[in-house]
Every structure is written in structure tokens, then in C-alpha cells.
Write a protein that binds this ligand. Structure first.
Ligand SMILES: [Zn+2]
Ligand SMILES: [Zn+2]
Length: 457
């Protein structure tokens, strides 16, 4: 495209009319940046399932074949284009700004040309590193120059100046952006909530965004719907409910939630403390918490020193390097335990698990009547088929099942209130299945159409 008109333009390669998968191109004069580079939740579902997956060894060939991703010149890494008809060209994009490290905002970074620098919060970068060190080999984000920023630190890219401002979400290191273009500021919310432990950060973002008098507000709307079915408590309410439940059941408490939700980790550590129990987390969680804990600005519990936490080392034939460090400590550290310990001391413990680790319950053998608390924060945790399997486990093990969810996203009323406070010239709803409902809070809604260039003025 090269030199363009001065008017800033937005193109939505993901995130339009769907929850997640944000991939928003901002063009201003000669500058082109992406806001997020995520994978949509159900991108591959139509043509792929279980072990039938696009072939990584063929690069992006399968993805292009089914039109799952658009072939764009100057965007993808040379390696990923090898088997495709799209010729490699040097990058035509200046930078990618990642709002936070959820896969629907960051997972496609690995496809982007590694010569394109990636800007993300300092904590988000620590999460990325931990994710790479503890994830399966498929989880990687490319060989980019990852540049960490802090709240308020403006970043200049060509004709744009990008101002990140921290927000509260279900993962640390989450940011919204004020993008100063040649025609005025454009605000992007990323994902945010107002009922979490750091709602002060989201409020600060809203204040700054309003003061900027933006020409456009690109806002998330995960829970903008007339039927928001899942019960949503505040983070504090989740803790209170769990504490109450524990007073009625003295057996093992098993809790399942997204392992990168550090706030929920803290909540259940506090629940354990109040109940005189210990909260047991996986080696992967321990790795993440210790990576984040090295940053003095983030307060996270350290399971290796916290008197109310333990690390659970699984039995493994070939443990990964980080796992082996913990496994070697079984029997030598008061803070690392195995299934034998958990089985013997069930009534003194709260055991965290995610769906993929349910099999550990076979070794732990919870007493019938033990409690299972499911506690979600994100729309992508478990699909219907997994739900059914989980409930079969609950029934088979005769567990006492409860739920306590607190969303990572603001409610419809809160989002509409935010839009009114920021009062932008144009509202652009993304990360929502109901963009049309935004007409209730603004007369200037522009609904993004996938791949269609939108001029902001
Ligand atoms: Zn998201
Ligand atoms: Zn998110």
C-alpha cells in the first residue's frame, strides 16, 4: 500500500463480530501497526478437530487454503510461507502492540515476520517467557524483538505515539492504549474489568482516555449481550463463597480455573489461609508465579516460601527441565509434594487443577464427598464436550460440585458507562458477538466488518 492518505484507517483481521482473535491494523500516514495478534477461539473448528490439525510443517499452507488467515504481503515470517504461493517480502508493518498475554490476543505472533518488533507490558513479557519455558513445543511466539513497556511510557513508531495504560483483567500485565495519530487520538481498551482487585487501574485508564478526547474508541464487549448467562461474582465474592463452602465440607477441596489467572491464585491462597489449609499448585503455576515475583512491582504469592502454599510435582517419565527442578525437591523441600502426600493429607489441602491435569486425581484418590469448585474467568475455558467429560469425572469420583465464577470482563452496563464517560467521536465495538447493542450507549457506532478498511475521522 505504501504512502497513503493522512486519514487514520483501521482494518480488522480478527476481533470483528467475534469474541477474541483481535488483530487490528492501524494505518496513519506511512506508519502501520497492529493492535494485538491473536487467534480467534474457533478458528480451526470447521475443518479441524482433535488430532486433525493444520500441518505446521507446511507453514501457513493449510490456513490459507481454507481462508482461515488472509495472505498479506510483508506480514508473515519467511519460514511460514515456504510451502505457500505467497512470496516472501520484507516487512511492511512497523510494530505489533500486544494488550495482554491471552492466546486470543497473542497466539499468532509466531506467524508474523520476526523482524517486526513486538511491544508488550513488562509483566506480559515475563508471562510469555514462562509460557515458552513450560508449554508444549507448539507454544512459541516467534523470534521477535520483544520490547517491554510500563504504564504511561509513550512509544513512538513513525507518525504514531502509543501510550499504554494499565487495566485490570484476569491476567497481569494487561493494558489499554491511547494511540496519538496525525488526526487525533484513537483509544483501544484491550480486555478489561471493573470488579477485580485492581479496578483502580481500569478507572485510571478510563480517566486518561476521556481526557484525550478521542476521535475513536475501539472497545471490547465480551459481556455485551441481553443474555449473559454465566453468574458473575467479583473476585472478592469468589473468595467469600469458597470460604463458606469450606466450612461445610472438611474433605479435600479441588478447584479448577485458568492457570494464568494470578488473581484467582491469590484468592485461593487466601481461602486456604482462612481455612487453615494449604493451597497446592502445579509446577507450571509455580514457574509463572516465580517469574512474575521477580518483578518488585507485581505482588504475587511465591509457592516455594508462602506458608499456605505447596507445589505439586507430577510423576513423569521425561520431565521438562523446569519440571525436573521441582521433582528433584520431593522429599527434600517442605514446599514440594507428590501425589502420595496429597492423598494422605487431603483434608488439609486445596488442590488446583486444570482440565488437562484431571488425571492426577486418579493418584490422589479423593475421598467420596470431596469438594470440586469450578471457577472460571474467561470465555475460552472448556468447551461443551470438555464440560461433559468434567461432569463425568465429578460423578464417577462422587464429588460435591460447586461453581464460583468471576469474569475477566466488565459487564454490559459497565462497558456502556465507560463509553459514555470517554465520549469518543466514534465507537468501534470489537471482541463481542453483539456490536449492534452499542447503539444503546452511543449514536456514533461504526461496526467493523472483517478485512474491510475503516476510515476514522
Ligand atoms: Zn480476549
Ligand atoms: Zn483477555
Amino acid at each position: 500500500m505504501g504512502k497513503r492518505d493522512k486519514v487514520p484507517a483501521l482494518t480488522f483481521y480478527g476481533g470483528a463480530g467475534q469474541i477474541g482473535g483481535n488483530k487490528i491494523l492501524v494505518e496513519d500516514r506511512d506508519t502501520r501497526i497492529f493492535l494485538d495478534f491473536g487467534e480467534p477461539f474457533h478458528l480451526k473448528d470447521k475443518f479441524f478437530i482433535d488430532f486433525l490439525m493444520p500441518r505446521d510443517r507446511c507453514g501457513l499452507k493449510d490456513m490459507f487454503f481454507f481462508n482461515l488467515m488472509p495472505p498479506i504481503a510483508g506480514l508473515y515470517d519467511e519460514d511460514w510461507l515456504e510451502c505457500t504461493d505467497l512470496k516472501y517480502e520484507p516487512p511492511m508493518f512497523d510494530a505489533i502492540f500486544v494488550s495482554h498475554m491471552h492466546f486470543d490476543h497473542a497466539m499468532h505472533l509466531r506467524y508474523a515476520d520476526h523482524k517486526i518488533p513486538v511491544h508488550l507490558g513488562a509483566a506480559a513479557d515475563k508471562i510469555r517467557e514462562s509460557w515458552c519455558a513450560t508449554g508444549s513445543s507448539k507454544i512459541e511466539f516467534g523470534d521477535h524483538d520483544f520490547k517491554g513497556f510500563r504504564t504511561g511510557q509513550k512509544v513512538k513508531v513513525g507518525s504514531l505515539e502509543i501510550q499504554p495504560i494499565h487495566v485490570d483483567h484476569s491476567v497481569p500485565g494487561a493494558y489499554g492504549f491511547i494511540i496519538h495519530t496525525s488526526e487525533g487520538p484513537i483509544v483501544y481498551t484491550g480486555d478489561l474489568r471493573l470488579h477485580g482487585p485492581r479496578s483502580d487501574m481500569t478507572k485510571e485508564f478510563i480517566r486518561e482516555a476521556a481526557a484525550a478526547k478521542p476521535i475513536a474508541l475501539i472497545t471490547e464487549g465480551t459481556r455485551v449481550s441481553d443474555s449473559d448467562p454465566r453468574e458473575n461474582l467479583s473476585e472478592k465474592d469468589v473468595g467469600e463463597r469458597a470460604k463458606r463452602l469450606l466450612t461445610k465440607n472438611d474433605r479435600l477441596a479441588i478447584v479448577s480455573f485458568y492457570p494464568k489467572d494470578v488473581d484467582r491464585m491469590r484468592t485461593f491462597r487466601d481461602v486456604a489461609k482462612a481455612a487453615g489449609r494449604k493451597f497446592v499448585v502445579s509446577t507450571k503455576v509455580a514457574h509463572l508465579l516465580s517469574a512474575l515475583g521477580s518483578d518488585p512491582r507485581i505482588s504475587v504469592p511465591d509457592p516455594m516460601t508462602d506458608p499456605n502454599m505447596l507445589v505439586y510435582a507430577r510423576k513423569m517419565t521425561r520431565p521438562a527441565a523446569y519440571d525436573k527442578d521441582y521433582c528433584d525437591l520431593v522429599g527434600h523441600s517442605d514446599h514440594v509434594v507428590d501425589s502420595g502426600y496429597v492423598r494422605k493429607n487431603q483434608r488439609q489441602l486445596i488442590f488446583h487443577t486444570d482440565f488437562a491435569q484431571l488425571t492426577e486425581l486418579v493418584d490422589i484418590a479423593p475421598e467420596p464427598g470431596s469438594m470440586f469448585i469450578r471457577s472460571k474467568s474467561e470465555p475460552f475455558e472448556e468447551d461443551d464436550a470438555q464440560d461433559e467429560v468434567l461432569m463425568n469425572w465429578v460423578e464417577f469420583l462422587k464429588l460435591d460440585f460447586h461453581q464460583a465464577h468471576a469474569s475477566g470482563h466488565a459487564s454490559m452496563e459497565e462497558i456502556f458507562g465507560m463509553v459514555k464517560t470517554i465520549n469518543p467521536k466514534t465507537v468501534v465495538p470489537v471482541h463481542t458477538e453483539h456490536p449492534e447493542l452499542f447503539s444503546r450507549c452511543s449514536q456514533k457506532v461504526q461496526i467493523p466488518v472483517p478485512l474491510k478498511r475503516m476510515i476514522v475521522s
